[in-house]
Design a protein around this ligand. Structure first.
Ligand code: GLA
Length: 621
């Protein structure tokens, strides 16, 4: 079990380092992430490196038995670099540049940035690949954060190359994007630009491809650095810190490249549902790469500094959220940062060693947590028989304009997760194309964009006896955001025994019908956003709309003739409806677990976390 945090010793005189190490030992810190924002300190000028300070601190940490997660330091360029190579600066969709003076102001596709970063990483890797303190490598920092998409000329050039690889010919791109609409036909790849500011809706398939390209561009920086580290002889695991449900990066495509998964998570202590968001995120992170450990790479000991109001954590909350991560599979608990900064933009951000000193609740809690983690027994893996699909491409596709009604895909998937949580179900959060062989039940709400591969996985799952719950607004388009031949529900209609003929958008606010009541064998609930018109082809109705335009028509159906059970729901159910569907799909009976309580089994141990009382118990089964 790793315990520690980001360590930025360059912000402090070296006398403080001795004190840092003494306190780290007191708190049972065994891993620190070093050098994340140290580029300017390591390379004060192009061609000049100063590693003497890093040699000293690495040796000191090693002598104290503290491991290092050594950063490649590429996240924040020194000012000399952007002044010498202005082509590094990224551009927003309106053509405005992001300048230095903050952090992370670089275009991932800038050849100058990539060259400077490669030189730096090579120097660090060659010097420290064999250093005995180094246990892990930390590539960059939160790749894509702050400036998630770049629209610069560098991006345009790289996007064209990416498109050429994907489509091979401009005719194939024109066909995939449907560019006969609105005279968008391209004569060559050179005519394609990133989706910069335009008078009206841009081509949806092009927008989707730009999202994919952007995610790949950030991932490519990771891969470039990983290759340099490996070539220099690094044998330690290589990772980076992900950001949970960060919109701009499809972490399902990143996961195969990471040796272990690291995640940063900053729930708002003011939010009474923060622990549910925590559970949802941790289930995603664990499921990204189920066979390798994951580490909570950053969280706060107490208050943050970047929300309009930054409440301290309640007593016990830091421990409860940390143990929640452990219960949901984490093998390391780390913080931003070790010692609170005395100056700079994040000086109000809490740390393991607070500005107010060690005679503080935060420090006592940090020490206690370190000891509690050290005392944990060896833990096995979390086992889930139920999966919930969260798919980045669907998130992007739902975010495109000009749909029947605006839906918040992430919030809806989160609501399903909360319903599963409320029913006490352990669930993996997976990609639409994931292998489903380990699951009995799969929830795949709002699966608007359905690839051929995802369709075949889901159909295979049902035919092997699985239970699938999907809808509404699902199986609508292919991977290029195009309708398929033959209407809607063309891929899953056979398994579901229904076809959708009309999406029946509901109003988001009055006037207009904002909701639809549903009644049936699952009880009554209220639906929003859609009251679809569906035709039954073998499915039976479990519930019927009882109000509004579609009153009397089927709202929830089940088909049992395709092997397992395939449930379709033609609206977005409220919490009561989601929980009734969860119980139906899992055939649960008996009382639900207490609200605000998590009971998670990890291997042979059970974690009981009461988020109302902020108490944690771990017991052997
Ligand atoms: C992110 C960054 C850290 C720090 C924290 C503050 O996670 O990676 O460097 O800025 O946010 O919450």
């Amino acid at each position: 079990m790793y315990y520690g945090g980001d360590y930025n010793p360059e912000q402090w005189p070296e006398e403080v380092w001795e004190d840092d190490i003494r306190l780290m030992k007191e708190a049972r810190v065994n891993l620190v992430s070093l050098g994340i924002f140290s580029w300017a300190r390591i390379q004060p000028r192009e061609g000049e490196f100063d590693f003497a300070w890093m040699d000293r601190i690495l040796d000191m940490l090693h002598a104290a038995g503290i491991g290092v997660n050594l950063a490649t330091a590429t996240a924040s360029l020194p000012p000399w670099a952007t002044l010498a190579y202005p082509d590094i600066l990224p551009m927003d969709e309106n053509g405005a540049l992001y300048w230095h003076g903050s952090r992370q102001a670089h275009s991932p596709t800038s050849p100058d940035y990539r060259r400077l970063a490669a030189t730096l990483v090579t120097a660090i890797a060659e010097r420290y690949a064999e250093h005995r303190a180094v246990r892990m490598w930390y590539v960059d920092n939160e790749l894509g954060c702050h400036m998630s998409a770049d629209f610069s000329d560098n991006a345009a050039r790289a996007f064209r190359i990416w498109l050429q690889r994907r489509y091979g010919s401009i005719d194939a791109l024109n066909d995939a994007w449907g560019t006969m609409f609105w005279s968008q036909r391209y004569g060559s790849f050179d005519e394609v630009i990133p989706p910069r500011k335009a008078p009206y809706s841009r081509n949806p398939a092009g927008m989707l491809d730009f999202r994919r390209f952007t995610s790949d561009a950030w991932l490519d920086l990771f891969i470039m650095q990983k290759e340099i580290l490996v070539a220099a002889g690094a044998r330690q695991p290589i990772t980076t810190n992900l950001m949970g449900f960060f919109e701009a990066a499809d972490y399902h495509t990143w996961a195969p490249h990471l040796d272990l998964i690291g995640d940063d998570c900053y729930p708002d202590p003011n939010d009474p549902a923060a622990w549910k968001t925590g559970a949802f995120t941790r289930d995603l992170i664990r499921s990204l790469k189920p066979d390798v450990p994951w580490v909570l790479m950053e969280q706060a000991t107490n208050a943050l500094s970047w929300r309009p109001s930054n409440a301290p954590k309640a007593p016990g909350q830091m421990a409860a959220l940390s143990m929640q991560a452990v219960a949901r599979g984490a093998d390391g608990i780390m913080f931003f940062q070790w010692r609170q900064s005395r100056s700079g933009a994040e000086k109000f951000h809490s740390a393991m060693v607070p500005q107010a000193g060690t005679d503080t609740r935060v420090w006592r809690d940090v020490v206690k947590l370190g000891r509690d983690l050290e005392a944990l027994p060896a833990l096995g893996r979390v086992q889930a028989r139920v999966a919930l699909v969260y798919d980045w491409e669907n998130r992007w596709a739902h975010g495109l304009p000009d749909h029947p009604v605006t839906v918040n895909y992430l919030a809806t998937v989160h609501a399903w997760h909360s319903a599963l949580l409320a029913e006490g179900i352990t669930v993996d959060v997976i990609d639409a194309e994931a292998d489903l062989s380990g699951y009995d039940t799969v929830f795949a709400p709002l699966l608007y964009l359905l690839t051929d591969r995802a369709a075949s996985r889901l159909n295979g799952f049902v035919s092997r006896g699985g239970t699938l719950v999907t809808g509404p607004f699902s199986d609508v388009v292919d991977h290029n955001d195009r309708f398929r031949e033959g209407g809607f529900t063309t891929q899953l209609g056979g398994a579901l025994g229904v076809s959708v003929t009309e999406f029946g958008a509901l109003a988001l606010e009055a006037p207009g019908q904002t909701s639809a009541e549903v009644e049936g064998v699952l009880g009554s609930f209220t639906g929003t956003h859609f009251a679809e018109e569906i035709t039954l082809h073998g499915a039976e109705a479990l519930g019927t709309f009882s109000s509004g335009r579609t009153a009397g028509q089927p709202a929830v159906t089940v088909n049992t003739s395709a092997g397992g059970r395939a449930v379709y729901v033609a609206t977005i159910p409220d919490e009561t409806g989601m929980r009734a569907l969860v119980r139906y799909a899992l055939q649960l009976s008996g009382p639900s677990p207490k609200l605000d309580t998590e009971t998670i089994r990890r291997g042979d141990h059970e974690f009981l976390i009461d988020h109302a009382l902020q108490s944690v118990q771990v017991r052997e089964l």
